[in-house]
Design a protein around this ligand. Sequence first.
Ligand code: SF4
Length: 227
Amino acid sequence: MQIIEIYKSLQGESSYAGVPCVFVRLAGCNLRCVWCDSEYTFKGGLRMTLEEVEREVLRLAPHHGLVEITGGEPLLQEREVVPLMERLLAAGYTVLLETSGERPLERVPSQVVKIVDVKCPDSGEGETFRLENLLALTPRDEVKFVIASRRDYEFARDFIHQHDLSSRVASVILSPAFGKDAAGSRDASHCLVDPQELAEWMLADGLNARLGLQIHKFIWEPSLKGV
Ligand code: SF4
């Protein structure tokens, strides 16, 4: 499989936020979200076998815990990534999978916690969510909307209601988009929507969802990779 990096940090943007986690970041993505902060994953990477990846995860987290499979879009390498997730589960890890929502989810092992994006209009990749994926969601999964505008918020709110998302999954997360070239100060000034404004919209609508902040961008310098 083609790997960009394997490293240990804190999980940053789900209900597991703040928990130590080993990240396995795979190369390649078929989408081009306008605020993407992972463009360095689009090309290159290192060819590694399943055994090599598993060994590196074990080296970084010998006592198990969280492993997140991310990208890019990890399910572009589904043939290798499904057996990898099965092996990590069998070894005793809690496995998270971050995916764009555009790839089919039905072959992802059911014990994996899927963190599935639904791309909003101002990502430039709206309407890429595969509606059949709603059927593959389990009560341990999470659905995430990255919000860059009021228009995105209204799309997310309506989608959550229309598909009764809050009763299907463990967590529905609305997260303000960060500017692509965010650098310097570790604060909310880089968010494309002020978190306070987003919180007020959610409260005004009584939305059954969670406000998410990408906490790694508040802990470390926002443009830093490998954190
Ligand atoms: S799906 Fe993820 S990696 Fe791909 S372009 Fe969008 S934000 Fe970037």
